[in-house]
Design a protein around this ligand. Sequence first.
Ligand SMILES: Cc1cc2nc3c(=O)[nH]c(=O)nc-3n(C[C@H](O)[C@H](O)[C@H](O)COP(=O)(O)OP(=O)(O)OC[C@H]3O[C@@H](n4cnc5c(N)ncnc54)[C@H](O)[C@@H]3O)c2cc1C
Length: 598
Amino acid sequence: MRETLDFLLYDWLHAADLTARERFADHSRETFGAVLDTCERMAREKFAPYYRLMDSEEPRFDGERVHLPAATLEAVNALVDSGMLAAAKDYDVGGMQLPCLIETAANAFISKANVAAGSYAVLTSCNANLLMEHGSERQREVFAKTLFAGRWFGTMCLSEPQAGSSLSDVATRAELEEENDPLGPRYRLRGNKMWISGGEHELRENIVHLVLAKIPGPDGKLIPGTRGISLFIVPKRMVGADGRLTGERNDIALAGLNHKLGHRGTTNCLLNFGEGKFQPEGKPGAVGYLVGKPGEGLRCMFFMMNEMRIGVGLGATMLGYAGYEASLEYARQRPQGRAMTATGKDAASPQRPIIEHADVRRMLLAQKSYVEGALAFELYCARLVDELHTGDNKAEAQALLDVLIPIAKSWPSEWCLEANSLAIQVLGGYGYTRDFPVEQHWRDNRLNMIHEGTHGIQALDLLGRKVVQQGGASLAALAARVQATIERAMQTEWAPLANQLAAALAQVGGATKKAWRTGEPEEALANATPYMQAFGHTVLAWTWLDVVLAVQGDSDFAQGKRAAARYFFAYELPKIAAWLDVVARREPLCREMRPEYF
Ligand SMILES: Cc1cc2nc3c(=O)[nH]c(=O)nc-3n(C[C@H](O)[C@H](O)[C@H](O)COP(=O)(O)OP(=O)(O)OC[C@H]3O[C@@H](n4cnc5c(N)ncnc54)[C@H](O)[C@@H]3O)c2cc1C
């Protein structure tokens, strides 16, 4: 993987050029390489060896405490000590001012080795980043900096048992207690938060929950819709204005742990806020400090959306990558079956390794095209985040990210999961056992189509908002980039693939218009998921064509990249015709099917 990563970073995305920018002036290809080396080593030594252990010894709650394997603490300590929690942040908050591109590439090693153990750090960085942007001076000092230093860990508490995709139905209440607390307007919160990753553990002395809740109006009722949602810092242990722990517990109780299909190394909790189990300052109610202004909770929460969704997509990609590598190694060694010749099979000859069978190569090539394509695409998106923050054309970067982020999150979640399924298939019966890691890769990856906006919700966002916003400006920005790649490829041996991509782009554009022809959202959006699949495949075909134009020479490495690109165009891109067909004719079947017909 390292060779592919270095090729994508330096030969394709020209990462070294970023060092010409003022923000990254202290960096060089050598410093980037040192960060990648550190993360690669840490992943190999502190994360990978415990991948299975953290799955089989899943978190346990004894009614008082949550128990985790000791290896979890060792892994998170190594990550904290590496400084990666604040890798892309300013020097003055303890960061390294690395480009998002390099931070993303470095995190790829952790995601591949043990995604569940890495989640505590990802959540903590996201939490701290959000507070740096929207918190008060004191909140940044007391909470964000302590999180970046890794002394405390963080969570994101959005979901509730009755409010998952529909966050407007959040019912946690926040009642004002003291407007002028030095840590921010102080409220008492009551409600239940479901599915909270990292919501309880003793890996650190404190956990800083970022909680969405509603402040009641003058009539005591909660304001319906997302407008009424505000954001609060709710620490597990109470914190003084000077940032020291007061010794009191906040009123947050762990109601129970969720027992998950995969991702078991990360605790996942139902948390009760304000039920009176603990009584901070002698009263029930979880103490929370308002972040930003009332009613701006969702806007603040989604500030980190680009990076978080790239993070989910990268995690899905790397699980796919891990399965690909495991199944490739197996296929090289497993003898089974003989060559089929015109005169039949020679039973006396030795069996051949299964990698010799075309169908096994098909499964390996599919995986290679999914996971290497997805890695390239996630890095491309991370590079766009750098363009947004430090580049010359921020408006273009924003337009591109708007339309690409649903793909960055959803495409690897679906197709690198498919890669995991193919990895199991390559191992045959052995793949279906716990003696090999590929079943765990699949289970761990299955989460990614569910959290951080489900697959269906991403599709609605793409077709319902992103491709039509500002008269289709984001789609036009993307089309221009795809067109530029097509034009370059037209001058090369890749012209046939360029023509195929041009046709796909036209098909996507045409289907987008036809989906919206009646202007009825119900009609357009009934087939949003097949639309997103076609859109994603077109984006990945573009990625592969662009990548392959940067491939030089005739090494095995270069030939492998070319074969994967060809595979994607031959076996995958043609699928978009079926997906777009139902979109373009606004197929009404799913919309009109009545619940009683099932
Ligand atoms: C392991 C794990 C970790 C998580 N970590 C966190 C966390 O740290 N913090 C946090 O706040 N949340 C977390 N979540 C919650 C996660 O974000 C939600 O599960 C997700 O948003 C979906 O909500 P739901 O489970 O209530 O499903 P629902 O919203 O009930 O959705 C069920 C199905 O209906 C579909 N659906 C729903 N509404 C629509 C619609 N309008 N149109 C079309 N289809 C629709 C969905 O796509 C889905 O397929 C986590 C979840 C899991 C499983």
